[in-house]
Design a protein. Structure first.
Length: 540
């Protein structure tokens, strides 16, 4: 148990440094004061009723005597108790929300900065990890409150009836072993839930990235069943964790009432007890139950905190220097890869090892390979989205363009969509020329650049053409395509590439359908044998 407490406060210090939320210490201190006040209100309410029914109490001091002598203050005490409970809840939720918000922003920045986080992991960190860590602080406040209550209630009982407290304390020691066992079991289920949740994010990414393919080859039922199996593992582990945590939280209350009932029924123990003693005793073990529950929850949260620590501990391993821009390079090489090794954050084995590659300038190079072979990852390495763990990638230009299978359309004007991310001061006449060349609309002469567009007002082909115009209008030197024409008909593909190939640019084109393209100069093939990936380059 002491190890768990130490772990709890170590977590507090570590997470406090990572989540730069203001006034965390003040907020937690305020919650501790509120918890102290709630203890006082609970004792007063119990003593009020003890006095009403039996006219005696086993422990008094000046403050308590003042309240007990003024029975008309009882409604005020009850009101204050529930008001403080409400305030405690509001402060706790605000703390949790502010930390979650801060951590989501922090993790998003980390995803952009690190260059070794997969899309599914990034999604999981921001949408699942951050809320869980925010929940850690919510648990912390309740934990501190229960700890304070245990000390105060225990002190009250020790002063009022020392002998009886020793009996219950001896029995309480029997709860230690099952508490430790249940906490470890809960940690096990939490770990399973974390792993399965992470896998589900990857499964969703795979399905959404290959939505058209899955529907065309009629594998919908297979993918749905696989998803259902993954969800079963996730939710069964969560339910098991909740069951174990519930038993852990209920044990102190059950033990107290069960032992008390045996002592009263079979041993005439009532003569040793008073009304206020029983009330405080029950509140003490209620606080012990909350304490147990939070120890269990902290242990479960630690699975998520460990992942957060892993992310933070790898800060020194951000290898941005391994991607270089060399605009003074006058050779015929657009991108040169030298002795590249790469793995995503959290992976044990390298995804790519000892890769050497040269992509010629101003030529059309296609990239082919089976699903899951790492084509998109390689594109990310070639463009500086990801950084090699070892080795270098050197590009002859910083002016990259990118078009994926899923076009990004902003719910805004046509002009805003075409110049999104464009730092050049491009003229409207040039935009209109691109619109005409790509045949974005049937009558290009009547196009209004202020026209509002969205992904609902444009066809699939039009949305993809907007993406191509956006890239070309930026004055790029290297155009990276990731299945960019997979959802287009053959006529539209030919139109787009007729326009592109008139430009003097380097094209790196990842595709499952190389036969759809003419004028291809080079081919990069990724083959996979187990975990090993080989890259072969050939001139065509």
């Amino acid at each position: 148990m002491l190890d768990k407490l130490k772990m709890f406060f170590d977590d507090l210090v570590k997470v406090s440094k990572i989540t730069k939320t203001k006034n965390k210490k003040r907020t937690i201190f305020a919650l501790a004061l509120i918890s102290n006040s709630l203890v006082l209100f609970d004792i007063l309410i119990i003593l009020y009723f003890a006095k009403i029914f039996s006219q005696d109490s086993t422990f008094n001091n000046v403050i308590i005597e003042f309240f007990l002598d003024n029975l008309n203050l009882l409604p005020l005490v009850v009101l204050l108790r529930f008001l403080f409970i409400y305030i405690e809840k509001v402060i706790t939720v605000n703390l949790q929300v502010s930390i979650e918000k801060s951590l989501r922003v922090h993790l998003l920045e980390e995803v952009f900065t690190r260059g070794n986080v997969s899309i599914s992991d990034a999604y999981y960190y921001i949408n699942t990890l951050a809320p869980q860590v925010g929940g850690f602080y919510s648990t912390l406040s309740v934990f501190l409150g229960s700890l304070i209550q245990i000390f105060v209630f225990s002190g009250y009982l020790l002063f009022s009836n020392f002998d009886v407290v020793i009996i219950f304390s001896t029995g309480t020691l029997l709860l230690f072993l099952p508490t430790v066992m249940l906490t470890k079991l809960g940690r096990k289920y939490a770990h399973i839930a974390y792993e399965s949740g992470n896998q589900i994010s990857k499964d969703i990414e795979k399905v959404l990235d290959n939505l058209f393919l899955i529907k065309i080859i009629k594998l919908i039922s297979t993918e749905v069943k696989n998803f259902e199996k993954s969800l079963q593992v996730l939710y069964s582990s969560r339910v098991s964790d909740i069951k174990v945590g519930t038993v852990n939280a209920l044990m102190p209350n059950f033990f107290t009432l069960f032992l008390l009932s045996i002592l009263i029924v079979f041993f005439d123990f009532m003569k040793y007890l008073t009304f206020d003693f029983i009330g405080i005793l029950l509140r003490l073990f209620q606080s012990l139950g909350i304490f147990n529950k939070n120890i269990h929850t902290v242990s479960s949260y630690h699975v998520y905190l460990e992942k957060l620590y892993e992310i933070e501990s790898n800060k020194k391993n951000i290898n941005s220097d391994n991607f270089e821009i060399n605009e003074d390079d006058k050779s015929n090489v657009a991108i040169k890869v030298t002795n590249l090794n790469f793995k995503y954050l959290g992976m044990e084995k390298y995804m790519f090892e000892n890769i050497n590659l040269e992509i010629p300038k101003n030529e059309h190079t296609i990239l082919v390979g089976p699903n899951g072979s790492g084509k998109s990852t390689l594109l990310g390495l070639l463009t500086g989205i990801f950084y090699p763990n070892e080795g270098t990638v050197a590009a002859s230009s910083k002016n990259f363009g990118y078009v994926s299978a899923t076009p990004m359309i902003i719910n805004d004007s046509l002009r805003a969509n075409l110049v999104y991310g464009n730092t050049n001061n491009i003229k409207d006449v040039d935009l209109l020329q691109f619109i005409t060349d790509f045949r974005l609309f049937n009558d290009s002469k009547k196009i209004d650049l202020n026209r509002h567009i969205s992904n609902k007002s444009l066809s699939t082909g039009q949305m993809q053409k907007v993406s191509f115009i956006r890239a070309m209008a930026a004055g790029i030197d290297i155009l990276v395509l990731d299945e960019s024409t997979s959802n287009l008909d053959l006529e539209t593909k030919k139109l787009i590439f007729n326009v592109i190939e008139r430009q003097k640019i380097t094209i790196i084109n990842s595709t499952h359908n190389p036969e759809d393209f003419i004028g291809i100069n080079n081919k990069i093939t990724i083959t996979q044998n187990g975990d090993e990936r080989l890259i072969h380059f050939e001139k065509l």
